[in-house]
Structure formats: structure tokens, C-alpha cells
Design a protein around this ligand. Structure first.
Ligand code: FAD
Length: 465
């Protein structure tokens, strides 16, 4: 794949309604800055698309010039898949819009929207789409990978609410994929990542959600084994109204945490309750947090759902160094507990974390081959993330993350949520993500992108014809 010459950039500028940004333009460094500051790539140009016609023009340009192409949604990819050195970035970030159908059964979302855009618009109708836990994550990358978060036990993965998607294909044509139209493409989009085309809009089914019960419980880090032994039994047997992700972390230095425990290494659970919020009901449901060991801190409050979704936005803003890896788990073995305890005690920096996100409940109601998401039998999606503001600590967080993941991996199901595959991981990891669905994905890829134009992703090369 070649880079892009100046004359060609001129023709791209003429073809697009949105701006084209090159290294000579003042907005260049802003355009190439993404959530993970460890990624430092220098694309030749950004095509900042404002509509479907711009997306078609940018795709035609990449095809005709042979320029390396990346697609940017919310820019949250850990390994920076939305940027490519010397190539063209098809930047969807101007396409941030949301339209809730007036009867509030479905919502349509622009391909560059962030979760906060979606939550803001649907909350006004007392509705939500199950998605991730940070308001700045892109709807695009998250949905195409599968998408899990606080409402997953109750309403399933994000893809389980996807009704249809408008997609610009590698040949520049535009189609709507749904259960009835291009069903193979629709199947592949639900977990297969950005391999099949550029999604310019998603239509989701809406679910009731307005004010939710939120709780945070932390225990001293030396109680990690008892807490995990309790959590692994309690969480999968709890009603689907209750969701709690387990974490190892250092206590953030601010409210609601009391000052004496700021910075302490702990294990904890962040809870979201969508059941009855009548007086003290959440306290009753969570009385069990005293069972494994006395918490160092336990806090509950009702909260508008978008408030929960943006609770971590200021704690982990854009621009930090991130190094992450993940795996699926159907159980938390005693051996895994020893690994969690060891690495929790040796947290390298105050922002580094390990999270175990439940992916059971409603997410288990579909079979492994009904969408591209092949781990319907997984109970948790785990991510280990070394995080720090200081680039000088990049080696430290990488070493901790890789050591933790390497020791934990033998206790896992073998594959990872595709969106938690990190930097410097091999293509074997993509195959492990899709298990028995991989060959069908490669066959769909051959139909919709036979030349692998869309390869800056967790790539599934087209099956040989
Ligand atoms: P980008 O970097 O813009 O894109 C990622 C990939 O998706 C690229 O390959 C890109 O080409 C492709 N892509 C994006 N949009 C489109 C589109 N419209 N059409 C075609 N291809 C597209 N995941 C969860 O499921 N749940 C969570 O709770 C969660 N929390 C997270 C919190 C943080 C702080 C971070 C950094 C990530 C989190 N993730 C979570 C992972 C997240 O789903 C992935 O990082 C995802 O790739 C982000 O999508 P994006 O659009 O922001 O990323």
C-alpha cells in the first residue's frame, strides 16, 4: 500500500464536504490524538466525513490510490486501530447524531457517535441501549465488537439490540444490513469488528432504563481471595436486575471515597441495579457484601443512568498511557484467584486495573452461532489494563499487564473479547476470539471485501476463493 501524494490530496478535498487534514494543517495533531496516548502514528491525511457521500468518496479514494485505510469512530481502540502511518484515516467523528423514534421503540445513531450522545438522547425517553461503561467510547467500534456493560445481564450485548446498520462497502455501494437484508453481513457485523465496511448509522431497539441503583464496594487487597471466592458464586446466581463487575484497583483520590483510604490497593465491585428502587431495596439486595469480609467502604445511591455511564470520565480522561489484554472466563478457578491476588498486591500505578465484566444473563439467550460473538457461554470478559499519565512508565505498565495476562491465560476459555485484544498480539488471538465462527466470517469477508481494503482492525482476511 502506498502513501498519498499532494495532488491526490487535492482531489480528495474537492470530493469531500468535510475537511481533509494533512500534516501541514493546524488541526493535524488534534486529529491524530486518540484516547490511548501510547499510540503515536502519523497518517498522511484525515478525511473528516460529514455524511454518507463523504464516506463513499473516501473509500473510493483509498481504493483508487492504494492508500492504506483506517476507520476512526470514537478513537478508543487500545491498540490504536483507528490510525495508520502514512495512510488515510476515514474519520467518522463529525457524524455524531442520534434520532430517537418518537414512539421510543428504536434509536438511530450516526457512525461516529459516542456512548454519551446515545445515552443523553435516549434518557429523555426513559430508555437505553445496553453498551459500555464510559461515555466517551465510540458506539461504532464498541457495537461492531459486541459491546457489554451495566445492562448486559438484563438486556444482553449491544449487538443483541441491533436492528439494522447502514454500511458503505469496499466497492463504495451503500446497503442496509438487517435480519432480512444482507443477513450474512448483518450476522458478521454483530461481533466481527470493522472488517466488512463502514457503518454510517446503527438502529437499535430501546429498553426501559432511567434511574438505576448504583453501589461501589471495596475491600482491603489482602481479602481478594475471600472476596473472589464469594463473588464467583454470588454474581452468576444473582437476579438479572443486578450487575456487578469485579475490579482490582487503587482507591481514587476523591469523593465518595473517604480520604484515609485514598490510594490504598483494594479489590471491589461496581454495582448497577435495575430493579425496584423503593426505599432501602438496594441496601437489602447488597447486604451480602458483608459475607466475604467487612468492606473498607460501601456506598449506594440512586443515579440517572447517564450519570453512571459517565462516572469514570474524569478519572481516566483521554491522553493517558494504556496497555491492555483480555480473556473470557466461564469460571474463576482457585488458580486464577491466586493470580489476581498476586497482581492486585503489585499494582504498578494508581490507575492500573483489572476488571471482570459479567457477560451472562440475557447475553446467554442467543446461541454461539447466531451472531459473530462466539462466547455465549462465557460468564466474564476480563481486561487487564496498565494505565498511567507518564510515558516514562510505559514499560512498567506493559510488563505488569503482560505478566498478569500470561499467568491468568491458562485459567481462561482461550479467547478474548475482540475489543480487548491489545497491542502486539498475534492473529491467533483473532481466531481464538471467533472459535467456530471464524470460517464463516472469512467467507462473508470474501463476499463484501475481497481485497481486504478494511484491514486496519482485528483482521479477518477473506477466505480463499
Ligand atoms: P476506534 O478506535 O475509533 O475504532 C475501533 C475499531 O472499530 C477500528 O478498527 C475501527 O476501524 C472500527 N470502527 C469504529 N467505528 C466504526 C464504524 N462506524 N464503521 C466501521 N468500523 C468502525 N468495550 C465494551 O464492550 N464495554 C465497555 O464497557 C468498554 N469500556 C471501555 C472503556 C475504555 C476507557 C476504553 C478505552 C475502551 C472500552 N471498551 C469497552 C472497548 C471498546 O469497545 C473498544 O475500544 C472499541 O473499539 C472502541 O470503539 P471506538 O469507535 O471508540 O474506537
Amino acid at each position: 500500500m502506498g502513501s498519498i501524494d499532494e495532488t491526490a490530496v487535492g482531489s480528495l478535498r474537492e470530493a469531500l464536504r468535510g475537511p481533509v487534514i494533512t500534516p501541514q494543517d493546524p488541526g493535524y495533531d488534534e486529529a491524530r490524538s486518540i484516547y490511548n496516548a501510547m499510540i503515536d502514528r502519523r497518517p498522511a491525511a484525515f478525511a473528516q466525513c460529514v455524511d454518507v457521500a463523504d464516506v463513499q468518496a473516501a473509500i473510493s479514494f483509498a481504493r483508487d490510490t492504494g492508500a492504506d485505510l483506517a476507520v476512526r469512530g470514537g478513537g478508543h481502540s487500545g491498540p490504536g486501530l483507528c490510525l495508520v502511518d502514512d495512510g488515510l484515516v476515514l474519520d467518522l467523528s463529525p457524524m455524531r447524531w442520534v434520532r430517537v423514534a418518537p414512539e421510543a421503540t428504536t434509536v438511530q445513531v450516526g457512525g461516529g457517535s459516542q456512548l454519551g450522545d446515545l445515552d443523553h438522547a435516549t434518557h429523555a425517553f426513559g430508555r437505553a441501549v445496553p453498551a459500555g461503561i464510559m461515555s466517551t467510547t465510540g458506539v461504532g467500534g464498541l457495537t461492531l465488537g459486541g459491546g457489554h456493560g451495566y445492562l448486559t445481564r438484563k438486556y444482553g450485548l449491544t449487538i443483541d439490540s441491533l436492528v439494522s446498520a447502514d454500511v458503505v462497502l469496499a466497492d463504495g455501494s451503500c446497503v442496509t444490513a438487517s435480519a432480512d437484508d444482507h443477513p450474512d453481513l448483518f450476522w458478521a457485523l454483530r461481533g466481527g469488528g470493522g472488517n466488512f465496511g463502514v457503518v454510517t448509522s446503527f438502529t437499535f431497539r430501546l429498553h426501559p432504563a432511567h434511574t438505576v441503583g448504583v453501589a461501589v464496594t471495596v475491600w482491603p487487597v489482602d481479602r481478594t481471595p475471600e472476596v473472589l471466592r464469594w463473588y464467583r458464586e454470588f454474581m452468576p446466581s444473582a437476579p438479572e436486575d443486578l450487575y456487578g463487575f469485579f475490579a482490582v484497583l487503587a482507591v481514587p483520590p476523591g469523593p465518595p471515597f473517604p480520604e484515609p483510604i485514598h490510594g490504598h490497593k483494594v479489590c471491589g465491585v461496581v454495582w448497577c441495579y435495575t430493579g425496584d428502587l423503593a426505599a432501602d431495596r438496594l441496601e437489602e439486595v447488597l447486604a451480602v457484601v458483608n459475607d466475604p469480609a467487612p468492606p473498607a467502604f460501601h456506598f449506594t445511591t440512586p443515579m440517572p443512568y447517564p450519570g453512571l455511564q459517565s462516572m469514570f470520565d474524569t478519572l481516566i480522561p483521554k491522553g493517558l498511557q494504556w496497555y491492555w489484554r483480555g480473556d473470557f472466563f466461564d469460571a474463576v478457578s482457585d488458580g486464577a484467584i491466586d493470580v489476581h491476588h498476586k497482581y492486585a498486591e503489585n499494582l504498578p500505578t494508581d490507575l492500573s486495573i483489572m476488571h471482570l465484566y459479567p457477560v451472562d444473563g440475557a447475553a446467554h439467550r442467543l446461541g454461539a452461532d447466531e451472531t459473530a460473538w462466539a462466547y455465549r457461554d462465557a460468564v466474564w470478559s476480563c481486561v487487564v489494563a496498565g494505565i498511567d499519565p507518564d510515558p516514562a512508565n510505559a514499560g512498567l505498565i506493559r510488563e505488569w499487564c503482560v505478566g498478569y495476562w500470561t499467568d491468568l491465560h491458562p485459567h481462561s476459555m482461550g479467547g478474548s473479547y475482540v475489543n480487548f485484544i491489545g497491542q502486539q498480539e498475534s492473529s491467533d488471538r483473532v481466531q481464538a476470539t471467533y472459535r467456530g465462527n471464524y470460517d464463516r466470517l472469512a467467507a462473508v469477508k470474501r463476499v463484501y471485501d475481497p481485497d481486504n481494503l478494511f484491514h486496519a482492525n482485528q483482521n479477518i482476511p477473506p477466505a480463499p476463493s
